[in-house]
Write a protein that binds this ligand. Structure first.
Ligand code: IMP
Length: 434
């Protein structure tokens, strides 16, 4: 019963969308388990580019069943816009896209509080996407969230919303000096949105379990990345969900004993959007890449991504936290022109090597990354079809990452197109099913 997790092993934007797309031909079921429309997956098929925020990337393969799992938070207006875009581009959603009734709904006050809260934090702002993710998860944990299941009956919804909105309006008025929101307007909008998604609500846990019992492959796609994890990430500069393998299991309601392989997606260098620690960051003025050529702007917010060298200390932690079995390495081609490529192999704090990762932002601030330098290959890798065709120094770079991280490369990406993906071993260890 193979269930494979594909997750980001850095700070998100590792190119998961493309790797998930490459793994989809081997899977019958694809589930997105956590996060919301803070995520953005870009998939390029021929001349077409798709940017998805909530719908599993697997939707672009016509024979898959796709699920938005219990651990997600959904802005229904955004979800419907995305569905409209997909349908207008010929993608059929009927009978193959399902939402868990356990998923939480991002409400208008969540977005407002996210944005007002960030402003209030001033220099301590996280740099959130402003999509209401944190406040929605906070209400979930505080047990004052609204779930997809709560939308089914207008009377139940009205009653729940009344109690919750009283608390939220209090927060808006007292804490943020903002205008209260109208219960009637929210209710009307929610019911309209509910009507459009109703036929897609289904018990995702049971459907996935049935798939497993039928020996059908399940691909569980992560959103964001390991170091944005609320528990193990660079707190407080993190997102509000568990982006780790364990969080993906919980969010998909698939038990960890069912997971047969966890594929970690690493970019050949490192990027991060938003604020927070980044030991191997290279200042923009000295950047080793051209942001436009490298497409290093956030899919969701359009923000320029911060960039730096590959960090083995963090990679080792990501492998530990998630139990990563093998590595997908993306965007190797972006390093094609470089004379020298650096890899961070350890951290010093106050002149002493540290074991594991720092904890507080203050400790992160003190990290002095230690590098080794490898020679670049100074030729294009964009058209290579096998690992053997790679220039010698590119193979050396990959082999060194494998050695330092003690992990095997199974997928390599050398450009945005589907054809620029080399699958040495697919994570299901089978022939494609469609
Ligand atoms: P939030 O998830 O909107 O609360 O933002 C918290 C932090 O996570 C910010 O630094 C965001 O830039 C970052 N973030 C959230 N989602 C993603 C993602 O999908 N890729 C990269 N960074 C993300």
């Amino acid at each position: 019963m193979p269930a494979v997790i594909v997750l980001g092993a850095q700070w998100g934007d590792e190119g998961k969308g493309k790797i998930i797309d490459a793994c989809t031909p081997y899977a019958k079921h694809i589930v997105r388990a956590q996060g919301g429309n803070n995520a953005g997956h870009t998939i390029i098929i021929g001349e077409e580019e798709f940017k998805l925020h909530l719908t599993p990337s697997g939707i672009l393969h016509p024979d898959t069943q796709c699920y938005i799992g219990a651990g997600t938070v959904l802005d229904l207006a955004v979800l419907l816009e995305e569905w409209k875009m997909l349908v207008s581009r010929g993608i059929n959603l009927t009978g193959r896209l399902w939402i868990s009734p356990h998923a939480h709904v991002i409400m208008p006050y969540h977005k407002l509080i996210d944005q007002l809260g960030e402003k209030r934090k001033g220099s301590q702002a996280i740099g959130t996407t402003g999509r209401g993710i944190g406040p929605c998860y906070a209400d979930k944990i505080n047990r004052i969230g609204l779930r997809i299941a709560d939308l089914i009956s207008p009377d139940v919804l009205k009653n729940r919303l009344k109690g919750i909105l009283a608390i939220k309006n209090d927060e808006l008025i007292r804490l943020y000096d903002a205008e209260p929101l109208s219960e009637e307007t929210i209710l009307d909008e929610l019911l309209q949105l509910r009507d459009s998604v109703k036929s897609h609500i289904a018990p995702v846990d049971l459907l996935l379990d049935l798939g497993l019992k039928n020996h059908e492959n399940i691909l569980m796609e992560g959103a964001q990345g390991t170091f944005l994890d609320i528990t193990s990430g660079t707190y407080p500069f993190v997102t509000s969900s568990n982006t780790s393998a364990a969080g993906i299991c919980s969010g998909a309601e698939v038990g960890p004993t069912r997971i047969t392989h966890t594929l970690g997606v690493f970019k050949a260098y490192t990027t991060r959007v938003g604020n927070g620690p980044f030991p191997t960051e290279v200042p923009d003025s000295e950047s080793f890449l051209d942001h436009h050529k490298a497409r290093e702007f956030g899919t969701t917010t359009g923000r320029k991504r911060r960039t730096g060298w590959f960090d083995v200390v963090m990679a080792q932690a990501a492998i530990r936290y998630n139990g990563i079995d093998s590595m997908a390495l993306t965007k190797l081609d972006i390093l094609d022109e470089l004379e020298t490529i650096k890899i961070c192999t350890s951290y010093l704090i106050d002149g002493k090597a540290i074991v594991g990762l720092p904890v507080t932002p203050e400790e992160w601030e003190k990290v002095v990354p230690q590098y080794e330098s490898l020679p670049g290959w100074k030729q294009s890798t964009a058209d290579i079809q096998t690992i053997e065709e790679l220039p010698k120094n590119a193979r050396r770079y990959i082999a060194r990452l494998e050695e330092l991280c003690d992990i095997t490369l199974t997928i390599l990406s050398v450009g945005p197109a589907r054809s620029q993906t080399i699958i040495c071993q697919n994570p299901f260890f089978i022939q494609a099913v469609h």
